[in-house]
Design a protein around this ligand. Structure first.
Ligand code: DOR
Length: 448
């Protein structure tokens, strides 16, 4: 018996490679076969008229925490990746601060096994650096991990790398891109001490941006950039949170850079005044800073000083979050709504659709050398998201997919909604309903 290859034809406005165009996209099996105008419906065995909605390449989120192994009461690869596809994120790069942490090849292989057949999004994992795993880092090849995560500031998990000689060696000898969390821990510890003296254990959440201060960010980010220049490192500085850090980066296309920067959704959306009403729900590292910082970061995206937009999706349970300042963990769940937040910035005329696609799909693919994804191109995998710019959505607790069951956006009314997600050629999310079958694949990488 011969099986007929599925051929799906969709037509709409495509946002891709710097332009918005009315086109037809013919998908055959898992890949894009043709992008053209006037493709005959007879060439397909299914036609979906998207009625003027916009098609974007599926987002590639280069920073998520899905909590496996060891922290599955907060989230799992299955639950959080399902939330990702509901938000139009088709590929994720996941972080190593799990329990135990992913700091050697064996742990990486185990994580890859865990994801097989359980991830709703395409996936790859970082290898975490420690003060003593240089030999593991040196042995890792592209594809086994997507990059090396270095916590140059302490955060969730105990993964601080603070030995200057070790840092220099990692920056010199890593065969893969280094992605850094930059916050100077001694500065933060001193701030914590002074707030503890004033308030005891009852430090108000509003103090978070003063404790995890702009100075702590700048000190650590500038060290990372200096070290990368000295050692010739391929450096990606994660989650910039201050306008001042922008002065460390050069404008220009990502293909010409060896030092790049990322910003996350929450730092583009909230400002520190929201610690008053949202409290520990938006406690995160680095902290959310002032509205001047937020505006500066948006400008940094538009001026190409910032190359990638991601989430740092980091779920914790509400019970954990309800604790006092020092005990409440940092991090918030974001991956289900990151695209809607960016589209809101589009509605506010702060980001163009082309810019959103460049920073959250094209650039992560180029930066990490992800094979045949991140662009809508003939021959590439059909990872697509269809958004409805005219259909508002109010975020309710019932609509959340996260294991932790809460979102900092509950009650928010976004002007756009996610209509459909296509992953490897399959419709995996449509009008609020996601597939029961995890169809995510392990990402492949290729040297460009
Ligand atoms: O706020 C954060 N949460 N920042 C991080 O660096 C880690 C993350 C987590 O894993 O909870």
């Amino acid at each position: 018996m011969t099986t007929v290859m599925k051929k799906l034809l969709i037509n709409s406005k495509l946002v891709n490679e710097g332009e918005v165009k009315e086109v037809d996209v013919l998908i055959e099996g898992e890949r894009i076969l043709r992008i053209d105008s006037g493709i005959a419906a007879s060439l397909a065995n299914e036609v979906i008229d998207l009625e003027g909605r916009h098609i974007l390449p599926g987002l590639i989120d280069d920073q998520v925490h899905f909590r496996e192994p060891g922290l599955t009461h907060k989230g799992s690869i299955a639950t959080e990746s399902r939330a990702a596809i509901c938000g139009g994120v088709t590929s994720i790069l996941e972080m190593p601060n799990t329990s135990p942490p992913t700091t050697d090849k064996v742990a990486l292989e185990k994580k890859l096994k865990r994801a097989e057949g359980r991830s709703f999004a395409n996936y790859a994992f970082y290898l975490g650096a420690t003060n003593d795993n240089l030999e593991e880092i040196k042995r890792i090849a592209l594809g086994e991990a997507c990059g090396i995560k270095v916590f140059m500031g302490a955060s969730t998990g105990n993964m601080l790398v603070d030995d200057p000689q070790v840092l220099e060696k990692i920056f010199t000898e890593s065969p893969l891109l280094i992605a850094t969390h930059c916050e100077d821990s001694p500065t933060i510890w001193a701030n914590e001490e002074s707030f503890r003296k004033r308030f005891g254990e009852d430090v108000p959440m509003e103090a978070h941006p003063e404790i995890r201060s702009a100075e702590a960010c700048y000190k650590s980010s500038s060290l990372a950039v200096d070290l990368a220049k000295q050692c010739g490192t391929r450096l990606h500085v994660l989650h910039l949170s201050t306008a001042r850090e922008l002065e460390l980066f050069e404008p220009g296309p990502i293909s010409e850079k060896s030092i790049t920067a990322e910003v996350c959704t929450h730092h583009l959306w909230f400002d520190q005044s929201r610690y008053k009403d949202l409290g520990s729900l938006i406690k995160c590292n680095p902290a959310i800073k002032s509205s001047v910082d937020r505006d500066g970061l948006i400008r940094g995206v538009c001026d190409d000083l910032i190359d990638v937009i991601a989430t740092d999706h980091a779920p914790h349970t509400l019970d954990e979050k309800k604790q006092t300042y020092f005990k409440a963990p940092a991090g918030l769940p974001l991956v289900q709504h990151s695209l809607q937040v960016l589209l809101q910035l589009y509605h506010e005329e702060r980001l163009s659709l082309e810019r959103i696609v460049q920073k959250s799909a094209h650039n992560p693919a180029l930066l990490f050398q992800i094979a045949e994804r991140g662009f809508v191109r003939e021959g590439y995998f059909a990872d697509l998201v269809v958004v409805d710019l005219c259909k508002p959505q109010q975020i309710t607790a019932e609509s959340l997919i996260y294991k932790c069951g809460w979102s900092p956006f509950e009650g928010e009314r976004f002007s756009s909604s996610i209509h459909m997600t296509i992953l490897n050629g399959d419709v995996v999310f449509r009008e609020g309903v996601s597939t029961e079958e995890p169809k995510g694949r392990r990402l492949e990488f290729k040297k460009l």
